[in-house]
Ligand binder design. Structure first.
Ligand code: 6R9
Length: 649
């Protein structure tokens, strides 16, 4: 649209930025015309290799043999790149600023201290039997020990699998089982918004699942000192291990293509899959994107509000900033506790220069007008970032005007667990912003829009978003199931990586992500497969069938709308609705709690028995005038009942 609002780059920002528009255009050209040369140079200068690579890339997107390798004959260690190599120049510089849930609770950890803790814990893990290639599950609150645990794994070549602390014992058990984790690292309790979260108790419950056979030890960090059940043969205190461990732990030499971590994410079918990232390419991608997208300069205080349980917490809380020798702020709590201006208070307290957060948080602050910034200055802020879901222009404007005082560029960054890091984004010194658009591809990223038959579309158009060639940070596989990796990402459109997102490209070549085109919904920036929620519902003894769709939600972006039919003899009631809501919450975790549950006598189906989600989505969105063709339904009358009884009026 030609009447889109445009915010030009401010010259004073461009002058001191790493990348201005000319440089962007020139580097982007280089990165796609001569990827070998471009990435040879970037990878060599950003990363300390133990043995330098000679080969840059070796990639096949052919769905018969998807094989992705970068820097494949080089060796390195991720923790050495995040810690050891900075000791000479910045041992006493802060690496992590930790801000507790309680505003009076904060501390700074220097590179020297972090290096020592990571080395000790790496030795402790070895002492507990962890070896190169073993999987370690991390189920932690947002405390520095979570970062120590992740880096300690990478130091000895163990593969971490971080499970978000908000997931239920069941969800945790599934991930421990699928990854064959040997050890779980957790805390007695987490603290969020003044409330305790019983992490150790959740682990205890998860480990009662008979399918878990791999697990040997549970390492427990003392966060609150609250009561925990203790299994002496299995459980061990983190603090006891640290007191005994040697602070001297030479980093393990890892191949560039050795696994670095697994992170589970939801798709449109089946169980969540363990997306696998490897070491060399991921570290290069984390470093280059963090530096250029956030225009990170030495000494900047950078705050990414994401939890370490999500990919954003991996790449932009930890690996990117630490690879770049940065100062990264980790916050334990939530944006509106104890008061709605907590984020602004933290910005002032620690003189934060760069803030990276999610649209759902922005909208929840925006809902309170200007209260979120009251009595704060935020003068230190230089740049604002957004991630996780499309940011609506109103929220963008609020972020820009109210949080950033019209001084700070906003970067709306599109990417995925599978991409390892940012893919489509403005560069703050280069790209004029249009609120709601993620704008242009990062270096080396070749997006395209294709129609349903996989034809590449030119010019200004809508389509399915694919990436036609590999980039270093790309996921290499699904843990233990390469075939599923191929099926999920490379078989819909042959020879291309399919993102699962739809997008529009405007006349300026800017991309506007329109959201998922598959059965994945995005609730407060958390990805959820509707199939997962459905299978938990049908496991309830009273439920016959369930269909789950997303619907527009003011704060969360999308809310979870559930349609269920009951087994014969069961009656709909408010109690049952409540029971079903709690059921899903307990089965998957609070993030999956349904917003609306409509108990209905029937679901719209095709004659072959497929549930017509398209129609259910329209009804949930209150767009019942635009249902489209319903003539293929087995029983069109069902639709009228659904509309009459819909909940989202
Ligand atoms: C990093 C992360 C990925 C999905 C992705 C898309 C949505 C993320 C977005 C965005 C529009 C943005 N998404 N960032 N949509 N604009 N700036 O969120 O990874 O949890 O795997 O989710 O999130 O739909 O496909 P992940």
């Amino acid at each position: 649209m030609s009447d889109d609002k445009i915010y030009e780059v401010k010259p004073e920002f461009a002058n001191s930025a790493w990348i201005d528009n000319d440089k962007y255009l020139q580097m982007y050209q280089q990165s796609v015309i001569n990827p070998d040369g471009f990435w040879r140079e970037e990878a060599s200068k950003r990363i300390d290799w133990i043995k330098p690579f000679t080969k840059v890339r070796n990639v096949s997107f052919d769905d018969h043999k998807v094989d992705i390798r970068w820097f494949e004959d080089g060796t390195l260690n991720a923790s050495a790149n995040c810690l050891d190599r900075h000791l000479e120049t910045r041992a006493d510089q802060t690496a992590i600023i930790w801000e507790g849930d309680d505003p009076s609770d904060s501390k700074n950890i220097t590179y020297r201290e972090l290096h020592e803790q990571v080395s000790r814990f790496a030795n402790a893990l070895r002492g507990q039997g962890v070896r190169k290639g073993d999987v370690v599950c991390i189920y932690m609150p947002m405390i520095p020990e979570a970062a120590v645990a992740m880096l300690a794994c990478t130091r000895i070549g163990a593969i971490h699998s971080v499970v978000f602390g908000g997931f239920s014992p069941d969800a945790l058990a599934g991930r421990i089982e699928d990854s064959n984790s040997k050890i779980v690292i957790t805390a007695d309790e987490g603290v969020r918004a003044g409330k305790k979260v019983a992490l150790k108790a959740n682990v205890d419950e998860a480990l009662t699942h008979p399918a878990i056979k791999s697990l040997e030890k549970v390492i427990v960090v003392k966060r609150t000192g609250g009561p925990v059940a203790w299994h002496a043969a299995r459980d061990v205190w983190y603090e006891d291990l640290m007191a005994l461990a040697s602070p001297n732990c030479p980093p393990e030499e890892m191949n560039a293509e050795d696994p670095l971590f697994i992170l589970y994410t939801s798709g449109s079918t089946g169980k969540p899959k363990g997306v696998l990232h490897t070491t060399g390419g991921y570290m290069v991608w984390a470093s280059i994107t963090h530096q250029y997208v956030f225009d990170y300069h030495d000494g900047d205080v950078y705050w990414c509000t994401a939890d370490v349980g999500w990919v954003t917490g991996h790449t932009y809380l930890l690996y990117g900033p630490l690879a770049n020798g940065g100062i990264t702020l980790m916050s334990e709590g939530v944006p509106n506790y104890p008061s709605i201006n907590r984020i602004s208070q933290i910005i002032d307290k620690h003189q934060v220069n760069i803030l990276y957060t999610a649209p759902t948080a922005i909208r929840s602050l925006m809902a309170e007008g200007t209260a979120a910034v009251e009595n704060t200055s935020r003068k230190s802020l230089r740049l604002l970032g957004s991630v996780g879901e499309p940011i609506n222009p109103e929220a963008w404007e609020w972020y820009y005007r109210t949080m950033g005082d019209e001084r700070c560029p906003v970067v709306d960054t599109w990417w995925q667990t599978e991409t390892g890091g940012i893919m489509i984004t403005p560069l703050p010194g280069a790209t004029a912003a249009k609120p709601g658009s993620a704008t242009r591809p990062f270096f080396g990223v070749q997006p395209a829009l294709v129609d349903s038959g996989g034809m590449i579309l030119d010019g200004a158009t809508d389509g399915n978003l694919v990436i036609v060639d590999s980039w270093p940070g790309q996921a290499r596989s699904v843990y233990g199931d390469h075939e599923r990796f191929v099926q999920t990402y490379f078989s819909t459109f042959r020879g291309m990586y399919f993102t699962g997102d739809g997008a529009r490209r405007d006349a300026d070549g800017y991309y506007w992500i329109t959201g998922r085109v598959d059965d994945v919904i995005n609730v407060s920036g958390h990805r959820m497969g509707t199939a997962e929620v459905e299978s938990s519902l049908v496991a309830h003894p009273k439920v016959a069938e369930a269909a789950v769709v997303g619907y527009p939600h003011d704060i969360k972006g999308q809310g979870i709308y559930v349609y269920v039919t009951l087994n014969s003899g069961e009656e709909a009631s408010d109690e049952l609705v409540k029971e079903l809501r709690n059921w899903v919450r307990a089965e998957i975790g609070p993030v999956a709690t349904p917003d609306l549950i409509q108990i209905t006598p029937g679901l719209p189906k095709t004659r072959s028995g497929k549930i017509m989600r398209r129609i259910l989505r329209k009804i949930a969105a209150n767009e019942h005038d635009a249902l489209g063709d319903i003539s293929t339904l087995a029983d069109p009358a069902v639709v009228e009942t659904l509309i009459e009884e819909r909940l989202n009026r």
